[in-house]
Design a protein around this ligand. Structure first.
Ligand code: NAP
Length: 262
């Protein structure tokens, strides 16, 4: 059921982290993967370990027109697209008072605008192939209200809202659109904070019910689920994949008065 033989899957932000793990997962179940990101050496390193004739197409998704242009280049290289993993994204950790307009524009350009324009520009190809699956990587930031991340949280809330809206637009064409909201995943996105904020790892782990950070493959397994027929009747959903961070009490102690416990 998880078989993607003969399918073409595009992964943005495939040069490391969650995107790299997703590319590996999709390749392992048979998809030909198109890897995109800015850093060619990293894309080449990822491609070397894939088996199904991976294709590398570098692109900077911060630029106006980048999503549409990338789609054109992809469709010149492969015969069509069945799966799109919109994973590329940047963080933006700032107090609201310190945020500049240029920073707001940048995080929305990459996390929202290019995600939408790339999806729109590849939708016709999916329709022509009888349907497809779009998987948007959002964040628990969209449901949790994190401090000092208002612009980032805004982009991820937009991603989840667009996921539902596109599922409505393209459901009749057989295109499913879902999003994954990762929690704390140990990737480069956290590297600076992990190195500079003492006790960050322990503090964060304390908030997670499963008591560990996630890894790229924790998300990639769910990407493979949404990409394949294992999720054929699921669309417009956001699946939180966070070890129990956003919606589960992480405390092992009872949260009610002792006299109320049976
Ligand atoms: N890690 C977490 O805890 C976490 C939690 C929730 C959500 N997420 C989301 O998961 C996604 C992947 O994050 P990650 O943790 O794997 O981060 P990462 O290791 O920093 O990877 C980010 C990816 O996005 C690409 N990218 C960044 N800017 C780009 C641009 N201007 N144009 C094209 N590609 C660009 C990067 O490639 P290049 O640098 O080569 O361009 C890289 O492949 C993001 O959308 C992030 O918001 C992560």
């Amino acid at each position: 059921m998880n078989d993607l033989q003969g399918k073409v899957a595009v992964v943005t932000g495939a040069s490391r982290g969650i995107g790299e793990a997703s590319a590996r997962a999709l390749d392992s179940i048979g998809a030909q993967v198109v890897l995109t990101g800015r850093t060619v050496e990293d894309l080449e390193r990822v491609a070397e370990e894939l088996s199904n004739s991976p294709v590398i197409i570098p692109a900077d998704l911060a630029q106006a027109g980048a999503g549409t242009e990338l789609a054109d280049r992809i469709l010149n290289e492969v015969e069509g697209v069945d799966v799109l993993v919109n994973n590329a994204g940047i963080p933006m950790r700032r107090l609201p008072e310190k945020l500049t307009e240029a920073e707001i524009d940048l995080v929305f350009a990459i996390n929202v605008r290019s995600l939408l324009t790339l999806s729109i520009a590849l939708a016709d190809s999916m329709k022509a192939r009888g349907g497809g699956s779009i998987i948007n990587v959002s964040s628990v930031a969209s449901v949790r209200g994190p401090g000092a991340r208002v612009a980032y949280a805004g982009t991820k809330g937009a991603v989840d809202a667009m996921t539902r809206a596109l599922a409505s637009d393209w459901g009749p064409d057989g295109i499913r659109v879902n999003s994954i909201a990762p929690g704390l995943i140990a990737t480069a996105i956290w590297e600076e904070s992990r190195n500079t904020i003492p006790g960050l790892i322990e503090e964060m782990e304390g908030q997670i019910a499963l008591k560990r950070w996630g890894f790229g493959d924790d998300i990639a397994d769910v990407v493979a689920f949404f990409a394949s027929d294992a999720s054929k009747y699921v669309t417009g959903e956001t699946l939180v994949v966070d070890g129990g961070l956003a919606r589960v009490s992480a405390s092992a102690s009872p949260q009610v008065l002792p006299e109320l416990i049976e």
